[in-house]
Write a new protein. Structure first.
Length: 391
């Protein structure tokens, strides 16, 4: 009997059991994760609202294990954050009702706005099942980035409710939206150096539904965030109309932002320079000069010693983010020349990395060439290599 069980476990039953344990799904085929219980409602947001970040950079990194304390503490460092519990209950109830009208509940997600929804409800239903199975433990039921594993993961899983993303290919700076392709890339490739895993083995059709559902959670969360922020700051008087009309308005604005992103991609044309050409060596040298010059690109003010001694920054979620160590190989947002160009020209707004938008295209490429070569000493011109890595 024991032998039989053992054999069974070795055979086909093992993957099935594993799937059941991991996923809680009836079958392991794509899109067949169980749906949420019909009576489950999205819980109201009770974690604190970040309104304004301190102007001074933080001294050190956050401690892991507590996601609330760092946000509350912003108030002691010259920033501002609010406890949603200060908002009168009737207004919070109005907000919950407005969110239910526009977005439904986990087992019945939809987007209801004055315009036709860009995402049909059947896509969201599939997306919600997949999300429940593959993302929930980190990103949380509402996309708050506060799933059961989240406090112990550094950097913390992303909170989608602020409506901003880091690794985007769109024009502009600050709170620009990602394209579907940007989200697709992050989901397929994961985010190297963080806990965000690659889902490249998940069928592409399923990844499309995950993009839908992340977009949906971000829209919902943003409506909730903006209204709570106004109410916490200035009470009902801070709203332009009432809670319901404010929700309409924010949703319409956000939908426009997401649609606009698809048409507003930052153009990038890498110059045709061979890696081993003298022109490339020259470009790398100029890039390093710009990097180090406080009146040039000033990268060194945060990426001290090329990022080996980076100065932590507050990110828009109120947590602390270390500037990347640029002498290491792995990059979060890709290592193609156009990824570097976009990161530098557009910045990483949510992490307080400014856009170097005033540099010429040529200067931006010099920096991109330098950053790309930096972790590979063999690709650096001799003088630059010695200055960075020693003789
Ligand atoms: C083990 C934890 C974990 C799981 C599981 C996980 N993520 Fe993440 N995810 C993260 C972390 C951590 C980050 C933030 C990394 C950072 O900020 O540098 C992140 C960030 C993201 C981002 C933000 C990208 C950007 O450009 O700002 C998206 C989108 C995302 N995850 C989607 C998903 C989806 C969809 C799934 C499920 C298919 C998923 N994640 C599963 C941990 C996880
Ligand atoms: C005000 C501080 C600040 C300045 C100035 C700054 N950065 Fe950053 N940079 C950051 C932070 C913080 C991160 C980490 C972002 C994250 O992981 O969320 C970062 C990350 C990066 C990354 C990694 C992107 C990835 O995909 O992993 C690159 C490349 C980079 N910076 C290049 C530059 C260059 C080049 C300059 C100068 C033009 C510059 N930075 C100026 C703060 C700064």
């Amino acid at each position: 009997m024991a032998r039989r069980t053992q054999n069974m476990l070795k055979g086909s039953a093992l993957p099935a059991l594993f799937c059941l344990a991991l996923a809680g799904c009836r079958g392991c085929r794509s899109g067949e994760g169980e749906t949420y219980p019909a009576n489950l409602a999205y819980p109201p947001r009770m974690d604190w609202i970040v309104d304004q970040l301190p102007t001074q950079s933080p001294e050190d990194a956050d401690k892991v294990g507590d996601m609330d304390e760092p946000i509350r503490q912003l108030n002691q460092h010259g920033g501002r954050s609010y406890d949603p519990a200060v908002i009168p209950e009737n207004l919070r109830n109005e907000l919950q009702a407005a969110l239910a009208v526009h977005f439904g509940e986990p087992a019945n997600p939809f987007i209801k706005a004055e315009v036709e929804s860009p995402i049909p409800p059947e896509n969201l239903l599939t997306g919600s099942r997949l999300f429940r199975r593959q993302c929930l433990q980190c990103h949380g039921l509402t996309g708050d980035g506060r799933g059961p594993t989240a406090p112990w993961i550094a950097p913390h899983p992303r909170d989608f409710r602020q409506g901003v993303f880091k690794f985007v290919s769109t024009n502009g700076t600050g709170s620009r939206k990602p394209t579907r392709a940007d989200l697709g890339k992050v989901i397929a490739n994961g985010i190297p150096t963080t806990a965000m895993p690659p889902f490249n083995l998940t069928p592409e059709a399923d990844r499309e539904r995950l993009i839908d559902y992340v977009t949906y959670l971000s829209l919902r969360g943003k409506v909730e965030f903006e209204i709570l922020r106004k109410l916490a700051k200035g009470g009902e008087a801070a709203l332009d109309g009432d809670v319901a009309s404010e929700a309409d308005e924010i949703l319409m604005r956000e939908l426009k932002g997401w649609a606009f992103a698809e048409k507003d991609i930052m153009p990038v044309t890498p110059p045709a320079l061979a890696d081993d050409s003298p022109e490339m060596a020259d470009s790398i040298r100029r890039g390093r000069d710009l990097f180090l010059d406080p009146k040039g690109a000033g990268c060194v003010t945060c990426h001290g010693d090329y990022g080996r001694a980076g100065k932590p920054q507050y990110n828009v979620w109120g947590f602390r983010t270390a500037p990347a160590n640029l002498t290491e190989h792995k990059r979060k947002g890709g290592t193609a020349p156009e990824d570097f160009y976009r990161r530098i020209h557009g910045g990483i707004g949510p992490s307080n990395m400014p856009a170097a938008a005033s540099l010429t295209e040529n200067q931006t490429w010099n920096l991109a060439h330098f950053i790309r070569a930096l972790p590979n000493p063999g690709q650096l011109p001799d003088d630059v290599r010695k200055a960075i890595y020693g003789p």
